[in-house]
Write a protein that binds this ligand. Structure first.
Ligand code: AKG
Length: 311
């Protein structure tokens, strides 16, 4: 199985991301969309805590702090769009109520599709991805935090600017995101915006803050990072702070893979269009001994450890 070409690796190292069109076959795209629709239609609201998902900074971080979220690392769970609810609580239940059918109200499904859903597992833990990881220099790549991000028509929430290693921190940083467009994603329906080269540098690319579980395990917060903030081998690379002229708004077709360096700054806007923007993403971290997975990360490994990509 061939991995990335030399020029693809060079482009990833230079820009901090790489778009590979037609990475998934049409049959794979259809199988993943069918599975997504089945999951969205079949899950039950009966015992659902109606957890809303925001990746917002600071004051919103508590919203992703309930047990339903914190214990979802080895499960398939459903997180709602904040804009899918009434603004006032229902007088009978005392809770905000859904104003959309549930399949149009979900922000994301996560976080272990790569182990629990056969179609998602087969596009995650496979030889092609192992070859890509080898090209990127991984010694013992481990897969974690898989999810479908739905970006529902007109209410699909924005994802604020962040670096993935802030959330899945190893010391030193090693995360890379695999992001598959399951539908066309472009300006208008909440596609990815990437700051070219922002993974590098004395300032620009540093992991300066981290998203962690609070000490009492009740909720999450951002803290200052006082451990290594750049991946091995990048310590000497210098670049200036990213500016908006470095921002590329991706326009990608369904089936494209976007590889996202864990230190690169990126975001996505709210989907205000009538077209959904389903994407499947998982992350890879270095599992070899010299990289320590942080015990305060929101997602902790299952007993058997995170899924190996090299078999
Ligand atoms: O799919 C999106 O809108 C954002 C994804 C993202 O930022 C991530 O997976 O790190």
């Amino acid at each position: 199985m061939s991995g990335l070409t030399e020029s693809q690796v060079a482009s990833f190292r230079e820009n901090g991301y790489l778009v590979i069109p037609d990475y998934l076959t049409q049959a794979e795209i259809e199988a993943l969309l069918a599975e997504t629709n089945t999951l969205l239609n079949d899950f039950s609201l009966d015992s659902h805590p109606l957890t809303q998902f925001t990746t917002g900074d600071d004051d919103q971080a508590d919203h992703v702090g309930d047990d339903y979220f914190l214990n979802s690392g080895d499960k398939i769970r459903f997180f709602f769009e904040p804009d899918a609810f009434t603004s006032e609580p229902d007088p009978l239940t005392g809770r905000a109520a859904l104003i959309k059918p549930k399949h149009l109200a979900v922000n994301k499904i996560g976080h272990s599709l790569h182990t629990l859903s056969p179609p998602f597992k087969s596009v995650s833990l496979n030889k092609q991805n192992a070859a890509v990881a080898r090209s990127l220099g991984f010694k013992d790549p481990r897969v974690l935090q898989s999810m479908v991000i739905c970006k529902q028509p007109s209410i699909g929430g924005a994802v604020p600017t962040h670096r993935d290693s802030e959330f899945l921190y190893t010391n030193p940083p090693s995360a890379v995101g695999w992001w598959y467009a399951l539908q066309d994603a472009g300006p208008g329906n909440g596609t990815l915006g990437m700051w070219k080269g922002s993974h590098k540098g004395r300032k620009g690319g540093h992991i300066a803050r981290r998203f962690v579980r609070k000490a009492d395990n009740k909720g999450t917060e951002f803290i200052e990072n006082d451990s290594a903030s750049l991946p091995k081998g990048m310590e000497e690379e210098k670049a200036s702070e990213p500016t908006d002229k470095d921002l590329e708004i991706l326009n990608v077709k369904a089936g494209s893979l976007v590889l996202i360096h864990g230190n690169v700054l990126h975001k996505s806007e709210k989907n205000t269009s009538p077209r959904s923007r389903y994407a499947y993403t998982f992350h890879v971290i270095e599992g070899a001994d010299e990289w320590e997975y942080d015990k305060r990360n929101w997602l902790q490994p299952p007993e058997a450890g995170f899924s190996r990509l090299y078999q």
